[in-house]
Design a protein around this ligand. Structure first.
Ligand code: SAM
Length: 247
């Protein structure tokens, strides 16, 4: 059977496409793309004319048999998304899980990924981080998610769109008041910017310069300070007490 290549594509700068990605995209019989019109531009740029098929969250389960039949017929397929690494806040998980369960070969072609690029240049600890993708769109859900993360010691990483960046920062200003944040905007593009400060400070920067709300964002939040001494003891005592009460 053929293989499914999971190919990372640029998150802005087309020069970030790897030699291996270009070779694989040129060699496969079919490219499954999140948005075929969007990806057609990339293929045109590369001078490739490989047939494409759409694979997005609404048709992903329905595409499995069709794609697997092609693999079983000996053809190889590339999976790409609109930007960056497929499956990372992008379609592909259902397909990869199912094909792997059936014993097909799945080969990653690593490359751009906004969360890794952002972390690599932010200057926040990267030894442990917690990627949370997109927060819920409604404020109540977003607040609840953020509150549940307040005590996490890992660096928190979120994806955010220009439509919600202010609302999310406003919620972070309540849940993570004094915490250091780093905002990575428009990575690899002309207006790539890193800003750091508290959530309230970053909101003030956006008020002063509305251009700072444009584009795509990775929000990184410093983790909570590890609990020490008395704190830790009372925290453990609390946990023990609630466990006992539940019994
Ligand atoms: N699969 C992609 C990846 O590997 O990063 C992520 C896709 S997700 C649908 C899109 C989100 O990723 C954006 O809303 C933004 O949070 C983040 N993102 C993508 N490209 C970015 C860029 N050039 N600069 C900053 N954030 C970016």
């Amino acid at each position: 059977a053929g293989a499914l290549y999971v190919v990372a594509t640029p998150i802005g700068n087309l020069d970030d496409l790897s030699f291996r990605a270009i070779r694989v995209l040129g060699e496969v019989a079919l490219i499954a793309a999140e948005d075929t019109r969007h990806s057609a531009r990339l293929l045109r740029h590369l001078g490739l004319t490989v047939p494409m098929l759409s694979l997005h969250e609404h048709n992903e389960p329905a595409r499995i048999e069709q794609l697997d039949a092609r693999l079983l017929g000996g053809e190889s397929i590339a999976l790409i998304s609109d930007a960056g690494t497929p499956l990372i806040s992008d379609p592909g998980f259902v397909l990869v899980r199912e094909l792997r369960a059936r014993g097909r070969r799945i080969i990653p072609i690593p490359g751009p990924c906004a969360l890794v690029a952002a972390l690599s240049a932010a200057g926040l600890p990267t030894d442990r981080f917690l990627f949370q993708g997109f927060l819920p769109a409604r404020s109540a859900g977003r607040r609840a998610r953020l509150e549940a993360l307040v005590d996490r010691e890992e660096t928190l990483v979120f994806y955010e769109s220009p439509h919600r960046i202010r609302d999310t920062l406003a919620d972070l200003a309540c849940t993570h008041q004094e915490r250091q944040l780093v905002l990575a905007r428009e990575l690899t593009k002309t207006f790539e910017t890193f800003l750091d400060g508290t959530a309230a400070g970053l909101l003030a920067r956006m008020d002063a310069d509305p251009d700072q709300t444009r584009g795509e964002f990775v929000i990184m939040v410093a983790g909570a300070k590890p609990r020490t001494g008395e704190d830790a003891v009372s925290f453990e005592a609390d946990a023990l007490l609630s466990a006992l009460l539940e019994e």
